[in-house]
Design a protein around this ligand. Structure first.
Ligand code: PEP
Length: 251
């Protein structure tokens, strides 16, 4: 049995004060809920404060990106050791908005992923096809190419903690959620590729999250699918009541 993950991705929303106000409402609402893992990815300026605030709760906090080197002349970047020094446990890598607006390639993601694992940060690797890929029948090819580049030369023993988020780009922030069947099919492709790469044990243990317009009214139908091990939630995670409701989805 894979423990499911509910992950909130706040993108460039919520300053430190707003993050704390969110937690004041959210934490009591999910207290004692240990069925699933709960993650929050706040902005870089709020991360340290959020980590301190969720200590002694069942919530963990992660960074939205990082560089692969520990230090250097890289303006605006944050390194793996800077993240671990404040108690960060997870890092999102390869989110489509980073690929689109920050020119991040899967070759960069590969370097970041290896650096994260080397520093005991749990990478949440984001993958997903564009609408044109889906419409022209290239979803599988796209996912396999992204997996191939992001996971190149990663030895099996390093793949144990990996989390993957399947996020079809056409579903992010659009309200066009993938159907549970389409999402499950994409997850099955990813799991099959994990099996070819790392063997059946890693493939069956790896959590694969779905992201793309997850809301309180569709979360249960997605999370009851056999290959969907949780949700990465953007817009709908900004409201503490909505996130608490999604964390406590019923099957
Ligand atoms: C995301 O950006 O990771 C995401 C899933 O966003 P949304 O839930 O708003 O589609």
């Amino acid at each position: 049995m894979r423990k499911k993950i509910s992950a909130a991705h706040w993108k460039m929303f919520k300053n430190t004060k707003e993050s704390l106000a969110f937690l004041d409402e959210f934490l009591p609402a999910i207290a004692g809920h240990d069925r699933d893992d709960i993650l929050i990815f706040p902005t870089a300026t709020s991360l340290s404060t959020v980590i301190d605030r969720v200590q002694d709760t069942n919530v963990r906090a992660g960074a939205q990106t990082m560089h692969w080197l520990n230090e250097g002349p890289f303006t605006g970047q944050t390194s793996p050791t800077m993240l671990t020094s404040i108690g960060t446990t997870h890092v999102l890598l390869g989110h489509s908005e980073r690929r689109l607006y920050a020119n991040e390639s899967y070759e960069h993601v590969n370097l970041k992923l290896k650096a994260a694992i080397a520093h005991d940060l749990i990478p949440v690797l984001c993958l997903g096809e564009m609408l044109a890929d889906r419409q022209t029948g290239y979803t599988k090819d796209t996912l396999l190419a992204q997996m191939g580049a992001a996971l190149a030369n990663l030895p099996t023993e390093k793949a144990q903690t990996l989390v993957i988020a399947y996020e079809p780009v056409w579903a992010i922030g659009t309200g066009s959620t993938a159907t549970p069947e389409a999402a499950d099919q994409a997850h099955a492709i990813i799991r099959d590729d994990l099996k070819n790469r790392f063997g059946p044990v890693v493939a069956s243990a790896t959590r694969i999250l779905y992201g793309g317009s997850v809301k309180p009214d569709n979360v249960s139908s997605l999370l009851c699918m056999p290959n969907i091990d949780g949700a990465l939630i953007g817009g709908a995670s900004l409201d503490p009541g909505a996130l608490a409701a999604m964390v406590k989805y019923k099957i």
